[in-house]
Each structure stands twice: as structure tokens, then as C-alpha cells.
Design a protein around this ligand. Structure first.
Ligand code: MG
Length: 468
């Protein structure tokens, strides 16, 4: 009894203009209940009850124009593969119109040719001419603002925000202002700037669809659920390469050991974050912003198999979880096809090889990063702060620059570790030191947030310089 899918493939070859029928999503009770003024609310939604996804999904046009920010990274490469799959299998009329990368001109050129994009951006301004010469007829942006200029230039419907670190923040905000649907793979955007990004998305009626596997899982489990029925959300963590290591062994771990992740194959920054469990700490703060929940309703559990991507416990003690093989193509594709689903190109779960699912509580003693995340959520501005807000209102207590400091100090400390200038155990110590040394301000605008970001990086650089 499968209802007809709105993504029934048009019987036309690929690269042909979209079918004449407008693409209309068949609203499900779930998607209807996300709208506060729906005439057909779900059974557990009362009038005036706010659902977690505050916007009803936008009816997207048939022809989707996708910009991939961070196309040369792991998520970016997978996003391009998913877009190609959806298009080649005639599941979605999606065209990659723009790509942005940091330094890897060779890969950007290869991608630009393969996807016949209209525009390319590279952060490294010295490679402007290399791109221009290799890509005649393609608009090239280069330099620090290149990604923003690309978003400004491309008439995109969808933007995949997959730049690593807070460098991706301004371009993501530009995309929101332009009304693009955001696939959010950059957790730093919300960690550093949730206080301004969430209101901006609301103002522009933009859907932010999480791509992080844990947040995609929770997002999926929460569809059709009112916020008041959530008891807690539980983020699963693989535990990283040092799950079973002692604190003293970890303190002196090498770069090679820290880069050896047991289940997920990712870039160096996020892999180190996984080893410190700073990745989970960032995800706790990301979840706080995405789902508008206080720290007390966000928990972490170590689940080494990474098969359960996260779960939600409701007030009736029912638990909904989302499971799958650890393959980022699944949440990437869901972010593109939401609220619908299409035939996938990711690895499918092989139940015959699965012997068990294990769980253990996180060890805050060996992984103090997670505890710091809750401090960040609860942190209030130490200077220039007015109303501190009610402690139960997630969106009110996190108006400080603590998230920006936390994230930037971590980025700088991870860079210093990868350059072998500090030992592994020093990464989280430096983040904690930065949080206590730097005055927190109310996070009211991008300038203040980026100022806190710069201050935290300078602090860490200075500490690293003093000790090396
Ligand atoms: Mg994750």
C-alpha cells in the first residue's frame, strides 16, 4: 500500500528540461503538523503547540539549482555524487550550478568540468588565474569572500553548507538571506552563531535541514511530533579511536593514532574532533539550536557500531530511533529530497554482519569536552549583558559568544595539534582555558561573533607559542 510518490520519475532522458507538471509535495500528516496554522493538525498537536520544525517544508520548484560550499571536502564530494545519482536516475531534476572550495584548485577544476557548473569559488586568491585559465566561460570568484560572492551570484534553490569551520558562516548566512533551502553539514554555523542564524532563517522562511548523521536522525524522528512531547534527545557517539584508551595514553597520542577513526572516514579536522569527542560536544550545542532544546534534554551515549544514528525519547517513554549503515550519502540525500525520500545510492545495511548493538555512558573524566558543551549552552554574557532570560528557554540563555569562543579555540588547537606543536591532551585544555580567559559578550550580530572567534584563535596561538 505505497502511496504514489511525488518523485515518480518523469519518463524523459536526463538533462532534459523539467516535466511540465509542477512539482507538488503530497502533504503528509507529518508535514502538515509542522505548520502552526495547519487545518489538519496531527493527533498530538494542540492549537498553539509549537512543533520542532517551526516551518512547514517549502514546496520546492521542479528544477533545483544546487550550490555546494566545501565541494572538495568529504561531505562536498558525497553531495556531488548524490546529486548525480538523483539526476541520472531521473529521481530529481537537480543541477549543480556552483561549487566552492578552499585550496584544491585541481579538484575544483575537475568537479567544475564534470558538473558543467556556472560558477566556482576558491578561498585561496593566489589560484584565481589557474581556475580562470582552466575553466573558460565559468565565472570564477577567489579570495576570502569568494563563497559569499558565489552564493550571491548563483540563483540557487538549495545550498549545501559543508565548509569546515566557522569560515563557512558568512556564505551560509548569505544563502539564508537569499531564501535558499540549507543542507547544514557545517555544525560550526550553529555552534558559533545559532543566536543569529536561527532567527534569520525564521525571518526568511528558510528550512535548515541537518546533514550531520545524528541531527538528521533526530530531525527524522521528530517529524510530526510536538515539542512538548519530547522528553529528551539522545545523540549517539562512536567513541572515536580512543574510546578504550586511558587518560594518560590519550594525553600523548600521536597525530597518526588520532586520525585512525574506527567507523567513519572523514576529513582531518572532524576526525581529531572525534578523538577528543569535541565533535560530540559541538553536536550537543548544534542540537540545542536546531531543536530549540535546553541542555537538560540533550544526552550523549556511546554506541561504537554507529548503526543507531540517534534517538528521541518521548514523554510516554516511547523511543524512536533512526538506523542505517554509516554512510553520509544517506543524510545528504535526505536533506536534498526532504520531505520526500528517493531510491538511495548509499551503502545499505547488511544485517547478516551485525552481531550486536552496544551502549555505554560517556566518560566525562576522559572526555571533558562533552561537559564543556553544557557549560557553553548555559553560558551567559559576562559583559554588556542585559536580560539573561529564563533558564528553560534554550533560545534565550545562549545569547553569549561562548559558542564562538568554544568553536574557534578548538579549531586553532586542532590545527596546532596537526602541526605537532601541542600534545593531544592539550587540545581540550586550551578550549577550556579560552572559555574562562575570554570575556563573553551577547551574541547579537555577526561582527561580535566573528570578533569573539578571532579573539579565541589569537588566545590559543599565543598559548601555543608560549609553550612551544
Ligand atoms: Mg555527526
Amino acid at each position: 500500500m505505497t502511496p504514489p510518490s511525488p518523485h515518480t520519475p518523469p519518463h524523459t532522458p536526463p538533462h532534459i528540461p523539467p516535466p511540465t507538471q509542477p512539482h507538488i509535495h503530497t502533504p503528509t500528516p507529518a508535514s502538515l503538523s509542522q505548520s502552526g496554522n495547519s487545518s489538519a493538525p496531527s493527533a498530538n498537536t494542540r492549537p498553539g503547540d509549537k512543533s520542532v520544525a517551526s516551518q512547514s517544508p517549502r514546496v520546492m520548484p521542479d528544477a533545483r539549482r544546487l550550490v555546494v560550499l566545501g565541494s572538495t571536502g568529504s561531505i562536498g564530494v558525497n553531495t556531488l555524487a548524490v546529486a548525480k545519482h538523483l539526476r541520472d536516475a531521473e529521481l530529481m531534476d537537480v543541477t549543480v550550478v556552483g561549487i566552492a572550495g578552499g585550496r584544491r584548485a585541481d579538484l575544483l577544476i575537475e568537479q567544475a568540468r564534470a558538473y558543467e557548473v556556472e560558477a566556482v569559488a576558491i578561498a585561496d586568491a593566489t589560484q584565481r588565474d589557474t581556475l580562470r585559465e582552466a575553466l573558460p566561460g565559468v565565472t570564477v570568484f577567489a579570495g576570502e569572500q569568494a563563497a559569499e560572492q558565489l552564493v550571491e551570484h548563483c540563483d540557487a534553490t538549495d545550498v549545501m553548507a559543508a565548509v569546515v569551520g566557522s569560515a563557512g558562516l558568512p556564505a551560509t548566512m548569505t544563502a539564508i538571506r537569499k531564501g535558499c533551502r540549507i543542507g547544514l553539514a557545517n555544525k560550526e554555523t550553529l555552534v558559533a552563531a545559532g543566536a543569529i542564524v536561527k532567527p534569520l532563517a525564521r525571518q526568511h522562511g528558510v528550512d535548515i535541514i541537518p546533514v550531520d548523521s545524528e541531527h538528521s536522525a533526530i530531525f527524522q524522528c521528530l517529524i510530526g511530533q510536538a515539542k512538548r512531547v519530547i522528553k529528551r534527545i539522545v545523540l549517539t557517539a562512536s567513541g572515536g579511536p580512543f574510546r578504550t584508551k586511558s587518560k594518560s595514553d590519550m594525553a600523548e597520542a600521536t597525530v597518526e593514532q588520532a586520525l585512525n577513526h574506527p567507523t567513519w572516514k572523514m576529513g582531518p579536522k572532524i576526525t581529531i574532533d572525534s578523538a577528543t569527542m569535541m565533535n560530540k560536544a559541538l553536536e550537543v550545542i548544534e542540537a540545542h539550536w536546531l531543536f530549540d532544546l535546553p541542555g537538560e534534554q540533550i544526552e550523549v551515549i556511546v554506541h561504537p557500531q554507529s548503526v543507531i544514528h540517534s534517538f528521541v525519547e518521548f514523554t510516554d517513554h516511547s523511543i524512536l530511533a533512526q538506523l542505517g549503515a554509516p554512510d553520509m550519502k544517506t543524510p545528504i540525500q535526505y536533506a536534498l529530497t526532504y520531505p520526500d525520500r528517493s531510491s538511495g545510492c548509499s551503502e545499505a545495511m547488511d544485517w547478516s554482519t551485525l552481531t550486536g548493538l552496544a551502549f555505554e555512558p560517556p566518560d566525562f573524566e576522559r572526555f571533558p569536552s562533552i561537559k564543556l558543551a553544557y557549560d557553553v549552552i548555559g553560558a551567559v554574557a559576562t559583559t554588556g549583558s542585559g536580560d539573561k532570560g529564563s533558564p528553560n528557554q534554550a533560545s534565550e540563555v545562549s545569547h553569549s559568544t561562548a559558542g564562538a569562543v568554544f568553536n574557534a579555540a578548538n579549531e586553532a588547537a586542532v590545527a596546532a595539534f596537526l602541526e605537532q606543536r601541542i600534545r593531544f591532551g592539550r587540545i581540550v585544555e586550551l578550549v577550556a582555558d579560552a572559555l574562562s580567559a575570554i570575556d563573553l559578550k551577547p551574541a547579537t550580530d555577526l561582527e561580535t561573533i566573528l570578533g569573539a572567534d578571532q579573539q579565541a584563535r589569537a588566545y590559543v596561538r599565543q598559548q601555543v607559542g608560549a609553550s612551544s
